[in-house]
Design a protein around this ligand. Structure first.
Ligand code: SF4
Ligand code: SF4
Length: 162
């Protein structure tokens, strides 16, 4: 048994430290690491693609007048990266931030507002600052702000059936 302990000690002294000095020297995550998401409001066109694919259903859109409020409630985020994959404008990026524990839920909220013009012919939302050929990728506005005569999947307020 004593011999065994000596052998063990020799192995330990012959090898360098393998543990990390975390949190004093945190490890830099490798490229491609999927940490907390970041949203660039300057690039976002409000298409709703990220909200459609999010498996946690944590991305919400609310139309308020000519503005759309987007809410990302990241407490249920699984860091799957689907929102970043589908974003046509590369507005969503996965950062390397992984230390997201907090006792204040608001730290995990991303809330942003976008101006969304509405096309008088088709009812689609679009931002006037963007190229016109991006319009087919935009989502439709439904409800009270519907103005288009040929909106395929919604009816003007008060009209039922379909
Ligand atoms: S990383 Fe996944 S779970 Fe998190 S917001 Fe994006 S799509 Fe949703
Ligand atoms: S997919 Fe990208 S452009 Fe579309 S609403 Fe989400 S963040 Fe904005």
């Amino acid at each position: 048994m004593f011999k065994g302990k000596i052998k063990e000690a020799r192995i330990c002294f012959a090898h360098p430290r393998v543990t990390l000095k975390y949190p004093f020297e945190p490890l830099e995550p490798p490229d491609g690491f999927r940490g907390r998401i970041q949203v660039d409001v300057e690039k976002c066109i409000g298409c709703g693609g990220c909200g459609n694919v999010c498996p946690s259903r944590l991305i919400r859109f609310y139309d308020e007048g000519d503005r759309t409020r987007m809410e990302f409630i990241l407490d249920r985020c699984t860091y799957c990266g689907r929102c970043a994959d589908v974003c046509p404008e590369k507005a969503v990026t996965m950062t390397k931030e992984f230390e997201t524990a907090t006792d204040n839920l608001e730290d995990l909220y991303i809330v942003q507002e976008l101006y969304m013009g509405t096309c008088n012919r088709c009812g689609r939302c679009f931002e006037t600052e963007n190229w016109i050929d991006k319009i087919p990728t935009r989502r439709h506005r439904e409800g009270a702000l519907f103005v288009g005569p040929a909106m395929p999947h919604a009816k003007p307020v008060g009209e039922v059936g379909g």
